[in-house]
Design a protein around this ligand. Structure first.
Ligand SMILES: O=C(CO)COP(=O)(O)O
Length: 138
């Protein structure tokens, strides 16, 4: 177990894909502290049997809570299978979360191919892996 924290989030139609991907990558995921939005986290806990810190459901503020982790420097990776075909009532929160990933240079995977690359090509625990943390001077 490292000190690195990975957030896992999926919209409803994408949850089966995230669960399948997480099962396939459980040997990697078990190395990290895992956090998730409410419903995603519950399903993943059941599917993986790993401890997961669960925040509120997305529409009730879960995306914002994960965004707060980013702003506090407490998140290293976001895997967020958002649904491009189904409008969400909390779309502004989704956009805000993705925006903070760009603000703070957080690796974010929005689909399986990106998640595969992120977890199978780069080892975020390797000594030579370094994520630049932007210095905004405040
Ligand atoms: O809506 C979400 C992300 O925007 C995810 O929330 P749930 O995991 O509670 O479904």
């Amino acid at each position: 177990m490292t000190h690195k924290t990975v957030a896992l989030v999926a919209h409803d139609h994408k949850k089966p894909e995230l669960i399948q991907w997480s099962k396939t990558n459980i040997h990697k995921l078990r190395q990290y502290k895992l956090v998730a939005t409410g419903t995603t986290g519950g399903l993943l806990q059941e599917a993986l049997g790993l401890p997961i810190t669960r925040y509120r459901s997305g529409p009730l503020g879960g995306d914002q809570q994960i965004g707060a982790l980013i702003a506090e420097g407490k998140l290293d990776v976001l895997v967020f299978f958002w649904d491009p075909l189904d409008p969400a009532p909390h779309d502004p929160d989704v956009k805000a979360l993705l925006r903070l990933c760009s603000v703070w240079n957080i690796p974010v995977a929005c689909n399986k191919a990106s998640a595969d690359l992120m977890f199978n090509v780069v080892d975020i625990d390797a000594p030579d892996y370094q994520r630049d943390i932007p210095d905004y001077g405040k």
